[in-house]
Each structure stands twice: as C-alpha cells, then as structure tokens.
Design a protein around this ligand. Structure first.
Ligand SMILES: [Zn+2]
Length: 481
C-alpha cells in the first residue's frame, strides 16, 4: 500500500517514494549515552520503530535502519570524568586515560539503552547497526577537511567553525524551522553542542582539546589540531558511511530540528555537495501530566522508574504509539492503565478466536484490513487505525466465526502485531490463574500417590472453574474453555 508521511522540509504529508529499489534507508539520531534514556527519548525511538514497522508491513519494503550512539559530547565528557557528578559507583576503576574512562562509562549506558528499548518492544535485530561516534572520528575528520576545502569552515584558536554567513550566501540555512536572523551576528561563535534557536551563529565542527578530555590529532591547512568533533558532525559523517546520499528518511524528536538537524544539512551539503536525506520526520514532545518533563518538577521518568512502579513496559509502548506521533503526548499513569485495558481487550479477542470452535459467522477480513492499513499508511495514523480495531471487536466479540474467517482474522491480528508488537498468539500457562495451576499440581501429586479419587475430584474442580486438563507424556496441559 502507498505510504504517506509528513515531511518537515515541505511541511506537508507526501507520498513516500523510495530512492532505491532494494531497500529503504532510515537514519535515526540515537541516544547520548550519559544517563538512562527517559520516556521522552523513548517516544522518539518508538516513533522510528513504528515507522519502520509500518513501512515493512503495510508498505512491504525492505529497510536498512541505522541509529547512531553519541558517546562523545559535552555531557558524556563531563560525566565520564571521575571527578564530576555522574561517575558510576560500579565503575570506580577509573583510569588516567580519559578515552578509556569515556568508553567504560558510555558502554554501561549503551547496554542499558539496548535493554530499555527491547523492553518497550523495539526489536534491535531490525537495526542494521548502532555506530558509536568514537569509532568514526576518522570519517568526521574527512568531512571537516571537505567543508574547509570547499570554503565553508575556518580555524580560530585551534577550533574549526562552520561559517554560517558564508553558507547562507549559497544555500538556505533554516530549512526545517524558520530562523530569525535578526540576532545573527556574523563571526560570533558557539562552542556548546546544544544551543537555543536564538543563538544562531557559527557552530563548532572541531573543538580544541581541554585538560582531561579525550582527543584526536589531525592536520588542516598546516595547523596541527588536537581535539574532538562537535556533536552535529557525527550524524553527517555516519550517514555518508552507511548510505548513498541522499538516503530516504531521517528521524528524530522535534527538539532536534534546530540546531542539530539544520546543522547536519549544512555540513553534509557543504562537505559532500548534496543534501543528506529526502524525508525529515520528527515526532512531537512528550509531556508529563501536562507539564514539560524535568527533574526539577519531579516528573522525570525512565523506563526503569516505571517498571519499579509496577507498570508493564509493553503497556507503555502501546500507550505511546497509540497517540499520533505529531501531537504532543501527555504521559499520565491513568493513561498507561487505560492503554493496558485496551491492549487486554484486543488480547482477549485474540484468545477467544484461538479457543473458539467453528461457528457460521462470516467476516469480510479484507475490508477490515483495508480500513486499518489505510489509516496506518496515512502518516502513521495509529489512533484511527486502533479505532477501527476496537469498533470491530466491540461488534464482533461474541460471534462464532466459520474457520475461514477465523483463520483470516488471526492472520490479520498477527500482521498487526508485527506493527504493534504487544499481543501474543499462544495460550501460555502463565495466562492460567495460579489457583488452577495449583489444582493441577495437586492432581499430579495425588496420581503419584495413587489417590485416584482425589485426582478425579481435582479434575472436576478444574472443569468447574472453566478449564480443561489433558494428560500429556511429560505432565499435563491446561486450557481455558
Ligand atoms: Zn543526529
């Protein structure tokens, strides 16, 4: 089915047309690994995952998806220094080599990140590679040389800066978000990796080394430069490494539009002579109880925090992807509970299909599929797609379908689960209440003791409570009637 997606460049929903026949290329700005990812970050990764799954399942594309890992920037350097705040207790083996410290420190948060995204149902096997910035310094240096040789960078105090005013004479700067150039002061420079929109000025490509920072050396125009790359540079260099330019889709949170993505466009074009990507796709912010999430408001949550509070991480997934990605998502505990109920309603319907004996109801599964898929294909409109699913379940939950319809429905829900990834299709013993399992275990014991009347009594009790028990070679099998 034809997929349509909102492109931040055109500010319109566009028909998606892949560049290559073989596969669609997606690049997602990944985490900065100086802490556990919070649920706001998670929304952006869940959006990329949803886009991947809709393109694959509804659009029938093969996909190459790359997500970088920012393991060097202002924050990772700050917190990997054992003298600073966030150095982990578990990592007291700090060395004198800042490079070793940053690798050890970020390694811990990379592992945590992979764990967390798996918990919210992102299949990391779908991600072709998670390249780390510190493994691609050479590529970044090459890009700096290209930009410099093309005349869009200059050296000042052993730093290399991108010359925004020079670039503006050639190409637009401010393509993703309108930029107010009234405050722009030619030649004013920003060294920070992150800055506000009001602070438009020349941004740093290479930072001169500071004490206790990891650094690399290279030569540019006769100058020996010791330092490290600026944050924006890594994405431009990684995209070139993993894809032919331009590649298809670049994803990220809306907060990355400026400066990160704007600078990425400028760097890639100034260096490689071509725009990096065709479709820029951004997801909106996540708020908590209607407020910006912030440690100072006490409403800052990681996946781990929510697990400790007893929430199921797949309910968090469902809650976040149920909301359209271009609207603000308001995270509340009630919202997760509601999502959990909704998820269970669909799960119960799937179980009832799996369990039901043949009836004579017929169902036009293709028409249902068409309605659900057309909403997903239209800019990933999950709320409308889910509304179709719930409307169908509400009016069909007590029907007994003929085998053809039942099998087609199960097939459809399995396909939908390739997108939502929150339901199961085998009745596992976990879904049998523990009291029933206890009765079954007692029966095994009774049989072992040759107390067959007690065994029969226990079997009858199990049946009375709505379950069937079947003896198998190894033990027994319980099913809900
Ligand atoms: Zn990036």
């Amino acid at each position: 089915m034809q997929i349509k997606i909102f492109n931040t460049l055109s500010k319109e929903i566009e028909e998606f047309k892949p560049i290559k026949k073989e596969y669609v290329s997606i690049y997602s700005c990944g985490p900065t690994v100086y802490n556990y990812a919070h649920i706001g970050n998670m929304r952006s990764f869940l959006f990329a995952d949803l886009l991947y799954r809709v393109l694959k399942t509804v659009g029938d594309y093969d996909i190459k998806w790359v997500m970088n890992i920012t393991d060097i920037d202002d924050k990772t350097i700050r917190d990997s220094n054992p003298k600073n705040g966030n150095w982990l207790d578990a990592m007291k083996k700090s060395s004198n080599d800042p490079f070793e410290n940053i690798r050890n420190f970020t390694e811990f948060y990379i592992d945590s990140f992979i764990d967390d995204i798996q918990k919210v149902g992102i299949d990391t096997n779908n991600i072709f590679e998670f390249p780390r910035a510190t493994d691609h310094i050479e590529e970044m240096i090459e890009l700096i040389k290209l930009i410099y040789n093309n005349g869009y960078a200059y050296i000042a105090d052993n730093n290399v800066y991108f010359n925004v005013s020079k670039w503006k004479e050639y190409k637009q700067y401010g393509r993703l978000k309108k930029i107010d150039f009234d405050n722009f002061k030619k030649g004013v420079r920003i060294d920070a990796d992150e800055y506000e929109r009001e602070e438009v000025s020349d941004f740093v490509l290479w930072k001169n080394k500071k004490e206790e920072e990891p650094f690399w050396d290279f030569e540019l125009d006769g100058n020996k430069l010791s330092g490290r790359p600026g944050w924006h540079l890594e994405c431009s260099a990684m995209e070139k490494k993993f894809f032919d330019l331009p590649f298809d889709i670049h994803t990220g949170g809306i907060d990355l539009q400026f400066p990160h993505h704007e600078d990425e466009i400028a760097q890639s074009h100034a260096g490689y002579g071509i725009d990096p990507t065709v479709y820029w796709c951004h997801c909106e912010f996540l708020e908590v109880e209607g407020k910006k999430m912030s440690k100072s408001y006490g409403n800052y949550y990681t996946i781990r925090d929510l697990e400790e509070k007893g929430f199921d991480t797949l309910d968090i997934r469902f809650s976040i992807i149920s909301q359209h990605y271009r609207t603000k998502y308001n995270f509340t505990f009630d919202g997760i509970t509601a999502a959990s109920k909704g998820r269970k309603r669909v799960q119960d319907f799937i179980y009832s299909l799996l369990n039901q004996s043949e009836g004579d109801e017929d169902c036009d599964v293709n028409a249902l599929k068409e309605k659900i898929y057309s909403n997903l294909a239209n800019d990933l409109h999950t709320p409308k797609a889910l509304a179709e699913i719930f409307t169908f379940i509400n009016s069909n939950k007590n029907k007994l379908f003929n085998n053809k319809s039942k099998n087609e429905l199960l097939e459809l829900f399995k396909e939908l689960n390739n997108i939502f990834n929150i339901w199961e299709f085998e009745i596992k013993s976990e879904s049998i209440p523990s009291e029933i399992i206890k009765l079954a275990e007692d029966r095994v014991e009774a049989k072992k003791n040759k107390n067959y009347s007690l065994a029969d009594e226990l079997r009858n009790k199990i049946i009375e409570l709505g379950y069937s028990i079947k003896d198998t070679k190894e033990s027994y099998e319980l099913t809900k009637d």
